[in-house]
Design a binder for this molecule. Structure first.
Ligand SMILES: [Fe+2]
Ligand SMILES: [Fe+2]
Length: 278
């Protein structure tokens, strides 16, 4: 079984589905896609753990051309991209008899049936660069600050999901692993919320491939120390923007995120202590 390839395909699937979640308009569709995206994330984690157990090397690269396929104008086109993705994955599992892959095959076969029931015909506004937020009065300064913040944070959250998941797969310290899981799931939530705002404003940006030296052969202690700083910085950025934005609802949202970032610092400290004691 080609772990490296199947991990990459599942990783690409996860990105497509998590982005699609914020690109469609209808809540029913969004909810189902969100469920699929979270399952895709779990599939990815299981495959990575299996690969580590079998001593197979892999990385967190994806094919940018694959991800770019979601940059379409119409919801019906996006739906086709997602169906193709699942079908390709199902075809890739063919002939493999493995506990994890059997689960993936079972899940994807059901998901494709769910997607076939969708009836979508809306336009996709995620990339149209209109830079307005419906029902929200923002002055030009606040608007550019928000757009800049969203682009930066979307990249960063994706990077964190990737790195925390990779670290988790390669570490066997229970306390640290539980922190990495929580951090990855919180980052998925942050990514989704930021991407949803960016999508509404037409400034959604696709993720960048993470350089290997950000996660391969890095000292975990050093990484954790650096990321405590990063989480504190994220907290600060949210606070600064919350003050600048001049909109109560957005400020409240940013303050909520900033407090979560503070907690992320705590979680990393816990992981750091556990690793030092080990
Ligand atoms: Fe975050
Ligand atoms: Fe964070």
């Amino acid at each position: 079984m080609n772990y490296s390839k199947i991990i990459q395909k599942t990783h690409e699937s996860f990105i497509k589905f998590i982005y699609a979640t914020v690109m469609f308009q209808e809540n029913d569709v969004k909810e189902k896609l969100n469920d699929i995206a979270l399952f895709k994330y779990r599939h990815l984690v299981w495959l990575m753990q299996d690969a580590v157990k079998k001593n197979v090397r892999f990385n967190m690269d994806f094919d940018y051309e694959e991800i770019k396929k979601i940059k379409v104008q119409q919801e019906c086109e996006l739906l086709e991209v997602l169906k193709d993705d699942l079908n390709e994955n199902i075809a890739f599992y063919e002939g493999i008899d493995d506990v994890t892959v059997n689960r993936l095959r079972n899940d994807d076969s059901f998901f494709i049936k769910e997607l076939q029931k969708f009836d979508v015909e809306g336009e996709i506004i995620s990339f149209n660069e209109n830079k307005t937020l419906p029902e929200t009065d923002l002055d030009e300064n606040a608007k550019s600050a928000l757009v800049f913040f969203l682009m930066e944070e979307i990249f960063k959250e994706y990077e964190l999901i990737t790195i925390y998941s990779y670290l988790k797969a390669h570490s066997d310290i229970a306390v640290a692993n539980s922190a990495f899981s929580d951090l990855a799931y919180d980052s998925i939530y942050h990514l989704k919320r930021f991407a949803a705002l960016a999508s509404k404003m037409g400034v959604l940006t696709l993720p960048r491939i993470i350089p290997h030296d950000k996660y391969e052969n890095i000292g975990v202690v050093e990484f954790l120390k650096e990321n405590i700083e990063e989480e504190m910085d994220a907290e600060k950025q949210c606070l600064i923007l919350a003050e600048k934005i001049g909109n109560e609802e957005l400020s409240e949202f940013l303050l909520f995120i900033s407090r979560q970032e503070l907690y992320h610092g705590e979680l990393l400290q816990r992981a750091l202590n556990a690793i030092k004691e080990d």
